[in-house]
Design a protein around this ligand. Structure first.
Ligand SMILES: Cc1cc2nc3c(=O)[nH]c(=O)nc-3n(C[C@H](O)[C@H](O)[C@H](O)COP(=O)(O)OP(=O)(O)OC[C@H]3O[C@@H](n4cnc5c(N)ncnc54)[C@H](O)[C@@H]3O)c2cc1C
Length: 488
């Protein structure tokens, strides 16, 4: 084929999965086609009747409820940049500064996270000394971090992996792990800290140790630098959401993809096989009716177990590696209550609960304290999280039992009495990939295997980040690699 025909012939690309990753990949392919004046046909296969995957919004008359993710971090640029390109900037909202901060349960009582404490590192001494979250001994041990030297192999930390629990105990002590850091990190990853790979989830803390020896030292340095930068003022806070809920992003992407390509709902991809000449045969089924279509290239964005099934026939080694990524499940009970029915002032964005407290819920997000428009005046929206990697057995309860368990816990911890004005239990089965020790090595093996198949890309939350900006970044990189390979 000569160069001229190569550049003008329309390539057919299949994107499998219509979550944020698949939608972003399809949209970016269309952007690249425009930029490079290369005609393409994009077909997105989604097994469900609607797009979004773990992202969705219930927009009831008075309540706006995000069913999964409800915000995204802004210091990773991919999501903000995508919003700009989609013309959604004016739909973005920041967190309400009035209620900034989180609570941690200590002996059954919600206690504010000390001012200046960020996920793992204290930047201010005063609030740390005063907090009742730690014993005097625990505080002294935390303070010692300033003097503790790097791990022996710190220079080679890029290769080494270390669990969150091991790292935190080594640097800050056992109490800081169990009382502060475990619950805060579980609120993000729903994971077991003994198994969670720090390199795969929060590498910046390993980098801080390598570059500055002490995390306390590093964070204080960063704070001073940020203060001198303050004059410019950050455009968004650390987290952003959409005025109309996360569905805004999903719907806009879905509309843009269907304007120029095909978005097929209720189409479950069952397998992908290399075609005899080049490209792939993509088999799917809808309502029991199978079909197979030829594509020049494929991007798989489903969860890893589903990607493993799809690739099992032609790439069994790749499928075997994909199947090794474990997932955790969680359930969220969304309730709207009258504020007058709650004893606690709910003066924070939410509450996280250490495993050491032995409760049956692990986090409560005060959704309407974080963002406006989530509940009417005088009411509050609470999103209570159950299960995760630490308490999967709780999810075996029926919906009614789980609802009752959560209501009892809310009554006991926050003094929630009275009936909810709205209640919905959302189950997110096998929703959170667990980045266990060795995850990055596993992902490298997966990428090496996948590279053997031309014009086949993997993207999504299973690999190099679970947050929305990570998923978008992974989608855009996959689209760019694919585009480059199709044109080479
Ligand atoms: C409860 C919860 C709360 C979260 N909160 C936040 C948050 O606040 N902020 C944040 O940044 N991140 C959050 N996350 C993480 C983030 O939402 C997810 O990592 C992200 O949405 C995953 O998107 P994805 O497209 O990679 O995967 P998915 O959302 O899993 O999408 C995959 C899609 O593929 C489809 N599919 C599967 N198999 C097939 C098949 N065979 N054929 C066709 N289609 C198929 C599925 O139906 C699905 O639509 C949260 C996650 C959960 C579960």
């Amino acid at each position: 084929m000569n160069d001229a025909s190569n550049s003008t012939q329309s390539k057919r690309i299949a994107v499998v999965g219509g979550g944020i990753t698949g939608l972003s990949a399809a949209f970016h392919l269309l952007e690249l086609a425009d930029q490079q004046k290369q005609p393409i046909e994009v077909t997105l296969f989604e097994s469900q009747p609607e797009a979004g995957g773990w992202i969705g919004t219930i927009d009831q008359k008075d309540y706006l409820i995000d069913t999964g993710a409800d915000m995204f971090i802004t210091n990773k640029p991919a999501a903000i940049e995508l919003c700009k390109r989609l013309g959604l900037e004016d739909q973005l909202i920041s967190t309400n500064q009035k209620y900034r901060g989180a609570l941690i349960l200590k002996d059954g009582q919600p206690v504010p996270v000390p001012l200046g404490f960020e996920l793992m590192t204290p930047s201010r001494i005063g609030p740390m000394l005063k907090t009742p979250l730690l014993s005097l001994r625990g505080k002294l041990r935390m303070g010692l971090e300033y003097f503790i030297k790097c791990r022996e192999s710190a220079a080679g930390l890029d290769q080494d992996d270390e669990s969150l629990a091991h790292f935190v105990t080594r640097r800050f002590g056992e109490e800081a792990l169990t009382r502060l850091i475990q619950p805060l990190v579980a609120g993000i990853y729903t994971s077991d800290p003994e198994k969670l790979s720090l390199r795969a989830t929060l590498p910046r803390f390993l980098d801080m140790e390598r570059d500055h020896r002490s995390l306390i030292k590093a964070i204080r340095k960063q704070k001073r630098a940020a203060k001198s930068d303050d004059a410019t003022g950050a455009r968004y806070g650390l987290f952003a959401a959409f005025r109309g809920g996360m569905q805004t992003l999903i719907q806009t992407l879905a509309d843009r993809v269907s304007e120029r390509g095909s978005l097929l709902y209720d189409q479950r991809v069952t397998k992908v096989n290399p075609a005899a000449d080049s490209g792939y045969e993509v088999s799917s089924e809808s309502g029991g009716v199978p079909q197979t279509q030829h594509f020049d290239a494929v991007i798989l964005t489903t969860a890893a177990p589903s990607a493993a099934k799809i690739t099992a026939t032609f790439a069994p080694e790749l499928a075997g590696l994909l199947a090794q990524i474990e997932y955790a499940s969680t359930a969220i009970l969304v309730n709207i209550f009258n504020l007058s029915d709650i004893r606690h002032p709910l003066n924070a964005f939410g509450l996280v609960i250490p495993a050491a407290e032995q409760r049956k819920i692990f986090a409560v997000a005060f959704a309407s304290r974080k963002f406006p428009g989530r509940a009417p005046e005088g009411q509050v929206q609470l999103r209570t999280f159950v299960g995760g990697a630490m308490q999967p057995e709780l999810l075996a309860h029926s919906d009614a039992e789980l609802t009752s368990i959560v209501r009892d816990e809310l009554k006991d911890i926050l003094g929630v009495t009275g009936e909810p004005l709205f209640s919905k239990l959302l189950r997110h089965n096998q929703s959170m990939p667990q980045y266990h020790l060795g995850h990055l090595q596993l992902v490298e093996q997966i990428e090496q295997r996948a590279a053997k198949y031309p014009a086949l890309e993997l993207a999504g939350n299973a690999y190099r980040g679970v947050g929305i900006p990570d998923c978008i970044h992974s989608a855009e990189q996959a689209a760019e690699r694919l585009f480059a390979s199709l044109n080479s």
